[in-house]
Structure formats: C-alpha cells, structure tokens
Write a protein that binds this ligand. Structure first.
Ligand SMILES: [Zn+2]
Length: 452
C-alpha cells in the first residue's frame, strides 16, 4: 500500500537541514516513509492525499505524562496548590485507581494527544495500588486502542510517609516487588525492533518517593535489558530542600552519586538548576522533558531551556499529567514552551521553529529514536500530522504557515497517521469507539475524586 501526500501549502520536514518544501511530496509505503521530494514523483500510489490549505509535519513526541491523571482534572482542593501539598492531597484520591479506570484513562488521554498532534507518547506510570490489578497492562491496552506509539515507563514508589517519603502506605511497594515486576514487564512487552510501537522504560517516581537503593538497582536492571530510565528531577525548591535535608545533596548531585547521569536517562522538569548542574547534565548527554504548563500551574518556576538549548542536553516537550496541566494538548504545549521562555529570557529566547524542533526531533532524541521518528525523511516511520491552515484561528497568518501553528494557537490536527495507519481524519478520531469511552471516563473520575 503506497500513499502519496502531495499539494501541501508547506511540508516542514524537521530534517537536519530543516527543509521546508512548498511544492513537496511525501510517499509512504506501509509503515515507512519511502521518498520525500519536490514536485510529483513518477510512481503510482494507491491513495493520494491532497494537502491544499494544509501544513504537514512529523508527529510530535510527548516525553512525559501520567495518563491516569486525565481522571483527576481540575480537582477542587488541588488545582491551586504547590507540588508537595498537591501531591499529599491527591495521593488520597489516586490510591483508588483500578486497572479498569486506567484502561479508559489511557485510551482517552492518548486520543487527546493524537488529536493535538502527538504520534508518540511516554507514560510515567508509577501508581500501583494494592487492589488495583494490572495497571501497566491496562495502560498499554488503552494506548493500543487509541493507536499511539507508546513508551510506558514502569514507575514505582517505595518510600511512604512512615519512611520519610510523601505517599501513603497503600500505594508503595517493596523494592523486591518493584524490581521483579520491572523485569516481568520488560520481558513481556518491550520491543527493541526498529519502528517498534511499544517500548518499556524504568522510572522510579522521584527522589522523595523512592529509596536510593532502588535508584541504584534500577540502573543495573535497565543496563541488563538495554532500556531507558526516567524520573522527575529538580522540579521545585521544596524538592531541593528535601534532598538537602534527607540526603545531604542537591537533586542533580544526588543523581550523579546514584549513577543516573548517563545518556540513556531523561528527567522530567529540571526547573531548579545551578550553572554547575547544567554543565553536569550537558556533559552526561541527559534528556529532558520540559513541561511548561505543569510548571506554571504548580507555580514551580521556569526551566532554563533558553540557556540549555545549545548545551548537550536533549530537550523534548511534554504535557505532563492532567492533574497538573488539565489538558493533554500537545501543540498548545509547544506554544506554551515558546512563550514561557520569553517571560524570563526575552522575546527571542525561543522561536516557534525551535519549539517545534524540540517537540519532534528533540523528543525523538530523548527517547533514543532519532533514527526512526521525529522528522519526515526516507526510512523513518510514517508518523505524520497535518494542520488546517484555513482554520479560523489561523486566518491572516499566511506569510509563515510553520510558525503560524505555534503563534496562532492551533489546537487540533486535520489528520494524524501513526506507523502508516490513520488515527485522525478531518479533525476526528477514526475509531469512533474512543468517543464512547468518555461517559465511562467521567464515571470513574467521579468515583475516584469523590473519595477522601
Ligand atoms: Zn510528572
């Protein structure tokens, strides 16, 4: 099956030369991009997609999320609190999560990501209530229903209140339970093959919810299987104070001691950083999931992306969980990233194309998949999205359609293709059954947020 994408107002390839083609075409065969060029190719395609009035981009890569949190949006009592208070309040509600609720939340959140341009997402899935069932398995089923390329991270919490951590006892597991399950989910689900739709990473939740020993053992296990590692880091000043008080180290120094400063690691947030921290992260080739809306909602601060963008840190953009963003809209997050840097560093701190680059190539680099996704190039996955330039929000922005989708706050794709399969057409999910999950999602949400 060959599909020819042709006639687009613009194709922004996001290749190394950042080529933008105003008379270009993209030929897809199966799940791969076969050719990219100007004019029309000589081959016959089975399907021709007319791109008049549209911008074609590689699908975005969302580098940090907690998909279960779409059940916990806009929760009164949490939506105006800073991180540690927010966490302590919400843990009491999160602890009721079940695999059935997880499956629905994952499908709904992934659908929202697809509609807003993400074709790959991670999920930092760290909540395993004792009576919850197979949370990660349900997470994967939900993402597969939506059809997104998926990197679930087997998260964990091992340090509850009684040990000096923040979470309640009922949501923490022992180190042995966690490590055994990490091994199980890698062996069961991880696909190392090129263009894989499912890869596992290991992701202890944060320095204030797991033990140092678990952090160290995770390095060994991830190395054994060749999977990536992920955690939250340097999100707030409270976290820095906690780390100094508890471990006698600031967060980046702590992770250095634990063997976590390495290129197969990516951290969410990295807001509270010193110059020395940035140097360490840069020379280690660390990946970063920048979550501007979440940082703004919780009042955490502004990550120094403008200072890090020319360092050795690989920077991706992420919506973060919907309890601290309240939306999973990826193109809006790209805009937020651009604007937030300007608040701190001035009007030229981050340009629209730089933010788009982070959301595509940057994210692909963070996930170690720069050879497979993140740009429109021959051999890469057919992960393509298009924005309708004739949408009312973009009227009058004709001079630069690439920057327009960021500056003018586009919020929904016209189409999204993932691995050669249509997932969104004409602004709607192709699989209509996904819309049918919304009442179930709301029912689970009411039950969970009603508990105290
Ligand atoms: Zn997070």
């Amino acid at each position: 099956m060959k599909t020819l994408f042709v006639g687009f107002d613009m194709i922004a390839t996001m290749d190394d030369e950042q080529r933008e083609l105003s008379d270009g075409y993209v030929l897809v065969e199966g799940n791969r991009i076969l050719e990219v060029g100007s004019g029309r190719p000589k081959v016959e395609a089975d399907l021709e997609v007319d791109g008049r009035g549209k911008l074609l981009l590689p699908g975005f890569v969302n580098t940090h999320h907690h998909l279960y949190q779409s059940l916990f949006r806009n929760v009164p009592g949490a939506s105006d609190a800073k991180l540690f208070d927010w966490l302590v309040f919400l843990y009491e509600r999160w602890k009721g999560l079940t695999e059935d609720a997880m499956r629905v939340a994952s499908a709904v959140a992934c659908s929202e990501l697809l509609l807003s341009g993400a074709t790959t997402t991670t999920d930092h899935c760290y909540l395993y209530p004792r009576e919850g069932g197979d949370i990660l398995g349900a997470d994967i089923e939900g993402a597969q229903h939506a059809g997104i390329r998926f990197h679930p991270c087997r998260g964990s919490m091992s340090m509850s209140k009684k040990d000096g951590g923040l979470p309640p006892d009922s949501v923490v597991q022992t180190e042995d339970e966690i490590l055994a399950d990490c091994q199980r989910v890698i062996e069961r689900h991880h696909d190392p093959e090129p263009l894989a739709m499912l890869r596992i990473a290991l992701a202890p939740c944060s320095p204030f919810s797991v033990t140092q020993d678990l952090m160290r053992q995770t390095v060994n296990l991830a190395g054994e299987y060749g999977v990536l590692m992920h955690t939250h880091l340097a999100e707030t000043h409270d976290e820095e104070a906690f780390c100094l008080r508890t471990f006698g180290r600031r967060p980046v120094d702590l992770m250095e001691d634990l063997g976590w400063l390495r290129p197969d690691v990516w951290f969410a947030h990295l807001v509270v950083l010193s110059d020395a921290d940035i140097d360490k992260l840069s020379s280690a080739g660390i990946g970063m999931a920048h979550c501007p809306s979440s940082n703004m909602t919780l009042g955490s601060g502004i990550a120094p992306v403008a200072r890090m963008k020319s360092s050795g840190v690989k920077i991706g953009i992420a919506v973060d969980g919907s309890a601290s963003n309240d939306t999973s809209n990826m193109i809006r997050e790209v805009r937020q990233a651009m604007l937030l840097q300007r608040v701190q560093y001035g009007a030229d701190a981050l340009k629209a194309r730089e933010a788009l680059w982070m959301a595509t190539r940057g994210g692909a680099q963070v996930l170690g998949r720069d050879q497979e996704i993140g740009s429109i190039e021959p051999g890469k996955a057919a992960d393509l999205v298009a924005f309708d330039l004739e949408d009312i929000a973009l009227a009058g922005s004709w001079a630069d359609p690439v920057a327009a989708v960021v500056h003018c706050a586009a919020d929904r794709v016209d189409f999204a293709m993932v691995n050669g399969t249509w997932r969104v057409r004409e602004g709607r999910l192709v699989d209509e059954s996904l819309y049918g999950l919304i009442p179930d999602h709301n029912r689970f949400s009411k039950t969970l947020t009603g508990t105290s």
